[in-house]
Ligand binder design. Structure first.
Ligand SMILES: Cc1cc2nc3c(=O)[nH]c(=O)nc-3n(C[C@H](O)[C@H](O)[C@H](O)COP(=O)(O)OP(=O)(O)OC[C@H]3O[C@@H](n4cnc5c(N)ncnc54)[C@H](O)[C@@H]3O)c2cc1C
Length: 570
């Protein structure tokens, strides 16, 4: 143990946040604003806004392989390279397979971003609120456990988050996808509008909307104060945005927290486990392994926020053993690591569309058309549980779409100047039902390079997931057909769980300590000064993109924790 000769007080803070990604950034912001001296521990390297985005302004010809990864890289990284967002300009933000091993008992593509900012640098920024239909679903349909909160508990926190983040969207007035605090929306193009009208004409309960996304279409004073500017619709977001046009921890929450003077960020600090003090009956700090020297240090705090992203939060907690908690922190009921769920993205459709040859679209819109779930929303109607969102876009082939086009000479250049035919791409984002068997646990004998047990993933599809996939392929094809699309083709890409990058659960919230780990404040039932507010806390997974919900839960829990601390209750 190396305390670097420093006194314990020098290693002590009011709060420790584990992880600096989307949820950790929010915990840091809220806790620092409440006056708490906050230490953010991040296993990855520092990534500073703007200065550490080396490829942000690069053209394809500036990149050694014209933005494609060499075959050798793909062979060495079979998991990471499955992520559509990884290319030569973004690969620096993705974990390389061999460097961070885990054990796939069932195939699971675990996509990770280990750096200050986490996956907030590389997310696709789609942000839809949950509705009460998602919060009541487990109780109504008899799966998982009842959520200890409802939409009304989270609504004000969604608003707080949306105002700060900056969400572009349209107020659509759909009760299953509540409206938020929106900046001006992006626009559907003419073919998408055509499909929107056809869907409205043919289905009373289906709506096509423009995607709600974390982009500054019209920066407000709060965004300018963050030093962020308007989205340029370059859609090079995954490289880091020098304009701060999209939300990331690096551009927004972390610098905001730093401005309070209460923030300390320690990159290269791998959290090994949380320290539990038997006498005090609470957690007192964390053990950290230096990413490079591998020396161990302890840091202490009154409250701890666990925001390492779903599976790593499970890992840290499972590894936090003590006499009181031999099976992981707070794990009296043996459910830590259980009921992991995800989003089923297996289905997609393509089609062509004839017409609108005289129309085009402007810029590279960083979002797409969406349809809120229309299956089993108000009651159980099908032979499968839950539902799915549909995302689709229409585009014309031609330059800008032609990354993969090959050729040379005058004729080829000329062809790139002429917009090609319209085509449509449609995909599903389905809810999966959390199940006891879908779990993660620690290996008893295999360790990572930091001496931490490797995580074993045992998460798979079930019959319900296959039925939902089949339903989407039929319904999607029908909607495209009714919209006048041609050459409709459907695909099941049979992808592994994990590639959705929406993994959730393992440390679920609930009302009863016998069946859940966390209470309605994201606080361990039995270790009151430890809060888990990333995807690990999710009791069920809904069908919406999840990160805005993680942010709202985090802001709510951080404000509660700060208030409880002030009252001397933690
Ligand atoms: C390509 C892509 C597209 C996506 N699109 C969307 C989308 O459109 N909408 C949406 O809602 N979500 C999307 N997501 C998912 C989104 O990125 C995550 O839900 C979100 O980042 C989760 O936030 P988090 O704070 O839990 O984790 P992260 O943002 O991953 O941050 C976790 C941090 O914890 C650190 N950490 C891990 N273990 C330790 C440890 N032991 N010690 C110290 N630090 C640790 C990590 O290095 C990381 O920095 C997408 C993700 C990807 C990759």
């Amino acid at each position: 143990m190396n305390l670097n000769g420093k006194a314990k007080e020098q290693m002590s803070y009011d709060a420790i946040v584990i992880g600096s990604g989307i949820s950790g950034g929010w915990a840091a912001k809220e806790l620092c604003e409440k006056g708490l001296k906050t230490l953010v521990l991040e296993r990855g390297r520092m990534v500073k806004h703007i200065t550490d985005y080396p490829t942000a302004m690069a053209n394809p010809w500036d990149l050694p392989h014209r933005n494609r990864m060499p075959d050798t890289f793909e062979a060495a990284n079979p998991v990471a390279t499955k992520c559509y967002a990884l290319d030569e300009a973004t690969q620096q933000y993705f974990v390389k397979d061999a460097e961070h091993p885990y054990i796939q008992e069932k195939p699971f593509d675990w996509i990770r971003g280990y750096q200050v900012g986490g996956k907030s640098l590389i997310w696709a920024r789609q942000t839809q609120r949950w509705s009460d239909y998602e919060f009541v679903a487990p109780a109504r349909d008899g799966f998982a456990v009842d959520w200890p909160i409802r939409y009304a508990d989270l609504a004000p926190w969604y608003s707080r988050v949306e105002k700060f983040v900056g969400i572009s969207g349209n107020k659509d007035g759909i009760d299953s996808l509540p409206d938020g605090e929106f900046l001006p929306p992006f626009e559907l193009n003419c073919v998408e509008k055509h499909i929107q009208t056809a869907v409205k004409t043919n289905y009373a309960d289906r709506h096509v909307i423009i995607g709600r996304c974390a982009h500054l279409t019209k920066p407000q004073p709060i965004h300018l104060q963050q030093g962020r500017g308007q989205c340029q619709a370059r859609h090079l977001c995954y490289r880091g945005c020098p304009f701060g046009g999209y939300f990331s921890s690096n551009s927004a929450t972390l610098p905001w927290a730093a401005k309070t003077g209460n923030l300390t960020i320690r990159p290269d600090s791998v959290v090994h486990s949380i320290i539990y003090n038997e006498q005090k009956g609470k957690a007192t700090g964390v053990r950290v392994i230096d990413a490079h020297t591998k020396q161990t240090t302890e840091y202490f705090a009154k409250i701890i926020f666990v925001n390492a992203a779903c599976l790593n939060s499970n890992l840290v907690l499972l590894n936090s053993t003590s006499k009181r908690f031999p099976n992981g922190l707070g794990n009296d009921n043996g459910l830590l690591g259980r009921y992991v769920a995800f989003h089923n993205y297996r289905g997609s459709l393509t089609a062509s569309f004839e017409g609108y040859e005289d129309q085009y679209f402007y810029g590279r819109r960083p979002t797409t058309a969406f349809m809120p779930s229309f299956r089993n929303v108000k009651k159980q109607e099908t032979d499968f549980q839950r539902g799915y969102m549909v995302a689709f876009s229409a585009s014309r082939a031609g330059w800008g779409r032609g990354n993969g086009q090959e050729g040379f000479g005058a004729e080829f250049k000329e062809s790139l100047l002429t917009p090609g035919d319209w085509s449509v791409y449609m995909m599903m984002q389905a809810e999966t039902v959390p199940k006891y068997e879908n779990h993660v646990r620690l290996s008893a004998d295999q360790k990572d390079p930091w001496g931490i047990p490797q995580l074993i993933t045992s998460v798979g599809y079930d019959d319900n997931d296959i039925k939902i996939l089949k339903d989407f392929l039929v319904q999607g094809a029908e909607m495209l057909d009714k919209s006048g699309c041609k050459n409709i083709a459907s695909y099941d890409d049979n992808r592994n769980p994990g590639l959705d990058i929406h993994e959730m659960g393992g440390v679920r919230m609930g009302k009863d300590p016998k069946t859940s780990l966390l209470n309605k404040w994201n606080q361990f039932h039995n270790v009151k000064n430890v809060f888990v507010t990333d995807g690990a806390c999710m009791t069920s997974v809904g069908n919406q993109n999840p990160s805005i919900t993680f942010m709202a839960l985090t802001a709510r829990a951080a404000n509660y924790a700060a208030a409880e601390l002030k009252k001397g209750k933690l």
